[in-house]
Design a protein around this ligand. Structure first.
Ligand SMILES: [Zn+2]
Ligand SMILES: [Zn+2]
Length: 412
């Protein structure tokens, strides 16, 4: 410790000497002051340095390389797989206790063997329910979770799994930069406080960029945490928002949504849940600011793909903006994929493009996919389509006796 500090001080001294000697030849005073600032920064603790970062910068994209985000349908809960073009994988949350098989088999079908980072946003069962199984099943790099204990068996099982694997826990807090390589930038922007009354507010909130596309994952963060993110000065603007707390009315405040301005909003929520999630007011808020809303209870697993500029979502938009001010936005649900181009030429609504804007689109006209031999129909991206993938209209698929796949939950 002492030796380390001495080395640091010696290093700073050396840096100063180098700067001073540099000054004598050509450096202007401004340059030397910048350099001194840099060494001062090195002196500052890692946390303080990280706290100065208020946004994720855009990244350089290798053409043809896609970022893939799966909002896995785990009913009333969260589980999100992020696959980075460099081969690294992140899992945010792991659903309920009963979702272990759904999650592990989905990950295996995506050829995931290692999760470089797992984030347990907060210790509620619908987020950490199957995290112990995930940790036992896959090679795990880093575990990130907030400093908040719980007395539940689910939490104890998670801690046991972490300990048995010899893993350490990195504390989730605003300003923590995630190391996932130069392809993406990833930053935690919450929690901003050390203690909360509502456990949901401990939620680790991640902002991620790939190329110029940005993604925000809110966990169950409530209005209090949303206000803290605003007050801390983070740039909250994001193309895709994983809506807080399953779309409840205690999250997604108008002030927060005004900062995020999502083009797409994903709500991870269970069909017929007893909480009444998502709240109608939340959906109205989101659609009123021009976001296309996607729900796992309607679309099943939702997959968003980004090439660094465009985002494609292969699910049916479940609500559209009622005002529909531009002809580009059809009054009917968008078929299969919605595409956005960033940076948007004009605000929000006109950036949303429906690929085939047939005037009287209904669910019956949506394109689904069948295989050469199977009897099920699927949405684009379903793992069952790995061998063959034949596009077919939903109505035709149904008339030919195909039934919906239980894994990807295509429209019915
Ligand atoms: Zn939850
Ligand atoms: Zn929660």
């Amino acid at each position: 410790m002492h030796a380390f500090r001495r080395m640091k001080i010696a290093g700073i001294f050396l840096a100063l000497l180098l700067i001073l000697s540099g000054c004598s030849s050509n450096a202007a005073p401004a340059t030397s002051s910048t350099k001194v600032d840099e060494s001062k920064q090195a002196q500052a603790s890692e946390q303080q340095a990280a706290a100065t970062i208020k946004d994720v910068a855009s990244t350089t994209v290798v053409p043809g390389q896609k970022l893939r985000i799966s909002y896995i349908d785990v009913g009333q809960g969260d589980s999100i797989l992020i696959q980075i073009p460099n081969g690294k994988n992140v899992l945010i949350d792991a659903g309920n206790n009963g979702d272990a098989n759904t999650i592990t088999s989905y990950l295996k079908k995506q050829s995931v063997s290692k999760l470089d980072i797992v984030i347990a946003t907060h210790p509620h069962e619908d987020h950490i329910g199957s995290m112990n199984t995930v940790i036992n099943t896959f090679d795990i790099g880093q575990v990130i979770m907030p400093k908040k204990d719980s007395t539940t068996q689910t939490y104890k099982a998670l801690i046991t799994a972490i300990q048995n694997k010899g893993l350490k826990i990195t504390e989730a807090k605003a300003g923590l930069k995630l190391d996932l390589g130069p392809e993406v930038n990833a930053l935690l922007i919450a929690p901003n406080s050390v203690s909360y009354e509502d456990v949901n507010n401990y939620s680790a909130v991640l902002k991620l960029s790939y190329g110029t596309n940005t993604f925000l994952f809110e966990g169950d963060a409530q209005e209090q945490s949303e206000n803290e993110m605003i007050n801390a000065g983070f740039n909250l603007k994001a193309d895709v928002l994983k809506v807080g707390h399953h779309g409840s009315n205690t999250s997604s405040s108008s002030a927060f949504l005004a900062k995020v301005q999502p083009k797409f909003a994903v709500i991870s929520v269970g069909k017929g849940n007893s909480y009444g999630h998502p709240a109608k007011v939340t959906i109205d808020h989101l659609t009123n600011i021009g976001a296309k809303v996607f729900r796992t209870d309607i679309s099943g697993t939702i997959v968003a793909e980004s090439d660094g500029t465009n985002i494609t979502i292969n699910a049916i938009a479940t609500e559209v903006q009622p005002r529909a001010p531009t002809p580009a936005v059809s009054a009917a649900p968008a078929p299969v994929a919605a595409v956005v181009t960033a940076p948007a030429p004009t605000p929000v609504t006109s950036a949303v493009v429906t690929p085939s804007p047939a005037p009287k689109q209904t669910n019956q006209d949506v394109t689904v996919f069948i295989t050469k031999t199977g009897k099920k129909y699927h949405i684009d991206g379903c793992r069952s389509l790995s061998k063959s993938k034949i596009p077919i209209s939903l109505s035709e698929a149904q008339s030919k006796g195909y039934t919906p796949c239980s894994i990807c939950n295509p429209p019915q």
